[in-house]
Design a protein around this ligand. Structure first.
Ligand SMILES: O=C(O)CCC(=O)C(=O)O
Length: 268
C-alpha cells in the first residue's frame, strides 16, 4: 500500500523518495560486494548478474518496505483481488524484475546524460496510467543511492509531472551537459533511501561536480506480462540459493500472463 501522501505525490510528480529502505549495514555490504558497473549496453553475461554477487543483492528483490509499494504501482490488481477473494491470502508478488543497472561512472567531471523517458519511443512498455483508483506502470525504477547525493544537489533529475504530459519537451532542454533548465528538479537522497520513479517520467542524470562518490543501483520492475529488457533472467539459475524463497522466485519469472499450467513455472 502507498500512504495517502505517497499516492498523491507519485500521481502528481511521477516519483517518490522512500527513506531508509535499506539499512546502513546493507548499504556497506552492497558497497563491499559491488563487482562492476552493469548496463544493458553492452550486455552483462547472466552468470555475472548482480544477483549472484552476494545475498544482499537478492535481498533487494523483496524488501518489506518496498514490496507493498511495488504491488500498488506495478502489480496486477485484478489478479491479486481475485486470488485473495478465493483463497483468503495474498498471492506471490504480481510484478517481475525486468533488469538491474549498477552505476559507478558518475564522478567529478561527469557531464550528465540526456533527458529521456515516456512511452512514445518505448513501444508502449513505459506507460503510466491511473484508473478506477489504481496505478498502472509499465516500467518502474527503484534507485538505491549508496552515498548521500546532497553534496551535488542530487544525481537524479526529472521534470515532475511529465509522466502525464501531452506536449513534447523543448529539444534544447534534453542534453543536461549543455545546461540544466530551471524547470528540471534535482532529487537528492540519503544512502539507503530509494527513489521510486516511473520510466514514463522525463528524467536523466545531472552533471556531477564534486569529489564525493555517487554509486547507484537500479532495480527496474514491470507488470508480470510485459518487458523492457530482451535479456530475461532464468529463475532456476538462482534456485540453489537458500535465501531464494517462492516470492523471490516469482519476481524472477520471465514475462507471461501467469496462466495456470504454463511451462515456465520457476520450480519446474
Ligand atoms: O542517474 C539517475 O539517477 C537516472 C538514471 C536513468 O536515467 C535511468 O535509470 O533511466
Amino acid at each position: 500500500m502507498l500512504s495517502e501522501e505517497q499516492s498523491y505525490l507519485f500521481d502528481t510528480f511521477g516519483y517518490i523518495v522512500v527513506p531508509n529502505v535499506i539499512s546502513g549495514r546493507q548499504v556497506e555490504r552492497l558497497q563491499a560486494t559491488l563487482k562492476q558497473p552493469t548496463e544493458q549496453f553492452a550486455p552483462v553475461a547472466q552468470s555475472d548478474n548482480p544477483l549472484h554477487w552476494d545475498p544482499v543483492w537478492r535481498d533487494l528483490l523483496d524488501l518489506p518496505r518496498l514490496a507493498p509499494i511495488l504491488e500498488a504501482l506495478v502489480g496486477n490488481h485484478a489478479f491479486r483481488d481475485a486470488f485473495i477473494a478465493a483463497k483468503g491470502i495474498p498471492p506471490h508478488p504480481t510484478y517481475r524484475l525486468d533488469h538491474i543497472n549498477v552505476h559507478t561512472h558518475v564522478k567529478n567531471g561527469f557531464s550528465g546524460t540526456e533527458l529521456h523517458g515516456g512511452w512514445l519511443n518505448s513501444g508502449g512498455c513505459q506507460y503510466f496510467r491511473y484508473h478506477d483508483g489504481q496505478f498502472y506502470n509499465g516500467l518502474l525504477a527503484v534507485s538505491f543511492e549508496l552515498f548521500d547525493t546532497f553534496a551535488n544537489d542530487g544525481g537524479f533529475a526529472c521534470i515532475p509531472g511529465t509522466h502525464k504530459s501531452n506536449v513534447t519537451m523543448p529539444e534544447h532542454w534534453r542534453d543536461l551537459s549543455q545546461g540544466v533548465h530551471e524547470s528540471i528538479s534535482r532529487i537528492a537522497a540519503h544512502a539507503g533511501d530509494a527513489i521510486v520513479f516511473t520510466e514514463a517520467l522525463t528524467h536523466g542524470t545531472l552533471p556531477w561536480t564534486v569529489d564525493d562518490p555517487r554509486q547507484t543501483i537500479f532495480y527496474k520492475f514491470s507488470p508480470h506480462g510485459t518487458t523492457w529488457s530482451a535479456d530475461f533472467l532464468q529463475p532456476n539459475d538462482f534456485a540453489h540459493y537458500e535465501d531464494m524463497g517462492d516470492r523471490r522466485m516469482a519476481i524472477l519469472e520471465a514475462p507471461n500472463a501467469r496462466y495456470s499450467g504454463r511451462p515456465t513455472q520457476w520450480r519446474g
